[in-house]
Write a protein that binds this ligand. Structure first.
Ligand SMILES: C[S@@+](CC[C@H](N)C(=O)[O-])C[C@H]1O[C@@H](n2cnc3c(N)ncnc32)[C@H](O)[C@@H]1O
Length: 264
């Protein structure tokens, strides 16, 4: 056995996951977000589901060798069904996301999620990435945007039918969010990394200080970084060990910054 094999990290997380980081601001689990044990460990009545699942398209269409393949990016996972478990199944009133609180899901449109996530109201937002990526090089149009579903989770069916879940007035802003993609520069950490200021905008619009923000597909941890910088708590799950460790590093750095600001 080589030294590399002897110290190799197992490719799959253990059942129930492994907690890589737990503090008064953040919990980060290396695990599979379809694992019922992990879903059961999310505190009930949390404040926001903000996530970016694999889109079901292989992401390496333009570049080769830059990134390892994203787990679950082959379209084999029914993500709306998985996320339905995270907000709490139909018929439950207290499980998962608090009643009438918000969800943001990157890469999906409202009609793909409204039923599964029990959305009483929803809006398609567009993330304008300012510059365009490679995408399919045989086409003249380079991808410069991504849809994000915003929705209000309403636990009671009657409430949804009655138009419950209308948008709070303070959410009124344009539906196109313009934030430079992080991978446009030289510091490339994750092929689908989201800009922290964009995540801060979403979190600030939909939560109050102290709320718990949940991301079951955390990647490099941008949701967690933004949540901590905004004075919120976060609960993150990531199946890829390297990505999960990167999320820990980034969230810990954000925690140090938040502590310094609070002490100033
Ligand atoms: C689109 S990326 C998220 C990127 C993230 N928003 C960021 O800013 O870095 C989706 C992530 O979901 C992870 N993933 C895929 N299947 C998963 C599963 N079953 N459980 C947990 N994470 C999963 C992938 O490893 C990938 O890092």
């Amino acid at each position: 056995m080589t030294i590399a094999e002897a110290v190799a990290v197992p490719a799959s997380p253990p059942p129930g996951g492994e907690i890589l980081h737990a503090s008064n601001r953040a919990t980060i689990i290396w695990g599979d977000s379809r694992d019922p044990q992990i879903i059961a460990s999310v505190p009930d009545g949390y404040g926001l589901l903000c996530t970016d699942p694999p889109y079901g398209v292989r992401h390496n269409s333009g570049r080769s060798g830059t990134f390892t393949e994203i787990a679950g990016d082959d379209g084999s996972v029914d993500w709306p069904a998985v996320l339905a478990e995270w907000v709490g199944p139909e018929g439950t009133r207290t499980r998962g996301l608090k009643d009438k609180r918000h969800v943001y899901v990157f890469g999906y449109r409202p009609d793909q999620l409204a039923g599964a996530l029990r959305l009483g109201g929803s809006t398609e937002l567009i993330w304008d990435k300012v510059s365009f990526g490679t995408g399919d090089l045989s086409r003249p149009w380079g991808p410069q945007h991504e849809p994000i579903t915003f929705g209000v989770h309403v636990k009671r069916k009657a409430g949804r039918a009655g138009g419950d879940g209308r948008l709070a007035a303070r959410l009124r802003q344009g539906s196109i969010l313009r934030y430079q993609r992080p991978n446009a520069g030289s510091a490339v950490r994750h092929s689908n990394e989201k800009p922290v200021p964009l995540m801060q905008d979403l979190i600030e619009s939909s939560t109050v200080r102290g709320d718990l923000v949940v991301d079951p597909c955390a990647g490099s941890g941008s949701t967690g970084v933004a949540a901590v910088l905004e004075g919120r708590h976060c609960f993150l799950v990531e199946v890829d060990r390297q990505h999960a460790e990167l999320a820990v590093q980034r969230v810990q750095a954000a925690e140090r910054l938040a502590a310094q600001i609070e002490a100033a």
